[in-house]
Every structure is written in structure tokens, then in C-alpha cells.
Ligand binder design. Structure first.
Ligand SMILES: NC(=O)c1ccc[n+]([C@@H]2O[C@H](COP(=O)([O-])OP(=O)(O)OC[C@H]3O[C@@H](n4cnc5c(N)ncnc54)[C@H](OP(=O)(O)O)[C@@H]3O)[C@@H](O)[C@H]2O)c1
Length: 223
């Protein structure tokens, strides 16, 4: 199977690359810049690294399409994301805009741009956050991050509806509270555990589960 993963140089994305390679899949690791950890996996015949893919760039899909030639995508994982700290009750416009571009607009437009390489049986999985859940928001703050992940969820559900006739399911998964640089190393689980659970959710993804919001541990989350 051909698997394409954004934000693959570190964190959860890097562990997704590692797990899919261990399963023998062909992995196309997209990133802005590679890392020593990702380079260390490059001895695998099954790994192709494509640098210079900023998901917020309008050129991103063209760059990926050129790299893939006519080859189809079996699994597309939109993993790249940012979380910016905000002063209490004083988020900057730039911070909110950046998070909307990277976390919501970019992944949706990149997926639309890659539709020529998706077909019946292909799967799309978006890495969202339960911080984008309006029902689950009991602590406030994080305006830009919460708004961006809620927007991503809305776009992903539209994609799920629009791609249903083509037989392409769209998954929406919260990885858990994961020890990566995004959380300053804090979290309930490490990135390898999160990647394993996310891949279980990808394996489980079906047309019936398309457009629904799951925790990587398998539980369904409220919008
Ligand atoms: N960790 C958690 O507890 C947690 C919880 C809920 C949801 N998530 C979500 O899980 C996903 C992965 O997060 P993580 O914890 O692995 O974070 P991370 O360690 O900070 O990694 C983020 C990844 O996204 C990439 N990225 C950032 N901006 C990008 C852009 N404009 N274009 C392309 N790539 C970009 C980064 O690449 P660079 O090195 O180039 O910056 C990096 O590879 C994100 O969508 C995040 O929102 C994480």
C-alpha cells in the first residue's frame, strides 16, 4: 500500500512513518525539512522523503502530485499541525490566522488537490484534537488552536459527505495527549503508542465510520 503522511519529520508523524514501514508499506514522508531521525529510516527501500511541503502553501498539492507521478494513494494522513501559546484573553490576529492556515485550510485544500490520486478504497485520515470539540470545551482559552481544529473538523465532515459516492472514507482522529514537542514533552502516551493507535483507527476506517470523530483509543468524541 502507498501511504502519504504530512509533517513526518518528528513527533507523531515520524512514528507513523516508522510503524507503516515496519508493516512493509510504501511510505511517502512529506515534510518542510527532514530530520536526522527521518533520514535514519531512509535506508528502507520503501521510504521516499519529499521535503519542501508546507501544508499552508498553495503549491503543496502540485509539489506532491509531481513527486507521485501517476501513482495512486491508498492512505493519506494529514498529520502536520501547530499549537501556538496565547496571552490570556489576548490572542494575536497573526497567531489565530497561522493556526487556521496550517491546521484547517492547508490540510483541506491539500486533500482536495490530491483527489486525482484518490479512488474507491483510498482512505483519508485527519489528525485533529479534542480541543476542537465545542461540546468538550470546559476550560476555554487557546482561541486559535481550538478554532482551527473545529474548522478542520467541519471541513473533514464535508469531505466525508462529498467523497462518499466515490467510496473514499474520511477519518477524524484525536491522537490523545501525546509526549511531543507540541506539548513540551508532557502527555499520557508517547508518540509511538499514539501512532500505533492511529493506525488501528485507519485500519478500522470504513464508509460507516467516515465523518465521525474518534479518539485514537477507539472511543467516539462529541463535536
Ligand atoms: N501531541 C498532542 O498531544 C496532540 C494532541 C491533539 C492533537 N495533536 C495533533 O497531532 C498532530 C501531530 O502533532 P505532534 O504532537 O506530533 O506535534 P509536533 O511534534 O509539534 O510535530 C508537528 C509536525 O507538523 C509539522 N508542521 C508544522 N507546521 C507545518 C507546515 N506549515 N507544513 C508542514 N508541516 C508542518 C512539523 O514540521 P516542522 O518540523 O517543519 O515544524 C512537525 O513535523 C498535529 O496535527 C496536532 O495538532 C497532537
Amino acid at each position: 500500500m502507498r501511504v502519504v503522511i504530512t509533517g513526518s519529520n518528528r513527533g507523531i508523524g515520524l512514528e507513523l512513518v516508522r510503524h507503516f514501514l515496519q508493516r512493509g508499506e510504501n511510505v511517502h514522508a512529506l515534510c518542510r525539512h527532514s530530520s536526522s531521525e527521518l533520514d535514519a529510516l531512509a535506508s528502507s527501500r520503501n521510504l521516499a522523503i519529499l521535503q519542501g511541503v508546507d501544508v499552508s502553501s498553495p503549491d503543496a498539492s502540485h509539489r506532491v502530485l509531481n513527486h507521485l507521478d501517476d501513482a495512486g494513494i491508498d492512505i493519506l494522513v494529514q498529520n502536520a499541525g501547530i499549537l501556538e501559546r496565547e496571552a490570556k484573553l489576548a490572542p494575536s490576529v497573526e497567531s489565530i490566522r497561522d493556526q487556521l492556515e496550517v491546521n484547517a485550510i492547508g490540510p483541506i485544500l491539500l486533500t482536495l488537490g490530491l483527489l486525482p490520486r484518490l479512488s474507491a478504497g483510498s482512505k483519508v485520515m485527519f489528525l485533529t484534537s479534542r480541543m476542537g470539540s465545542i461540546a468538550d470545551n470546559s476550560s476555554g482559552g487557546y482561541f486559535g488552536y481550538r478554532m482551527s481544529k473545529a474548522a478542520l473538523n467541519a471541513g473533514a465532515v464535508s469531505l466525508a459527505r462529498d467523497l462518499a459516492p466515490q467510496g473514499i472514507p474520511v477519518g477524524i482522529v484525536h491522537p490523545g495527549y501525546v509526549q511531543t514537542s507540541m506539548t513540551g514533552g508532557h502527555g499520557d502516551i508517547d508518540a509511538a503508542t499514539a501512532a500505533k493507535q492511529i493506525i488501528e483507527r485507519i485500519d478500522q476506517l470504513s464508509m460507516e465510520r467516515s465523518g465521525r470523530f474518534f479518539h485514537s483509543n477507539g472511543g467516539e468524541l462529541p463535536w
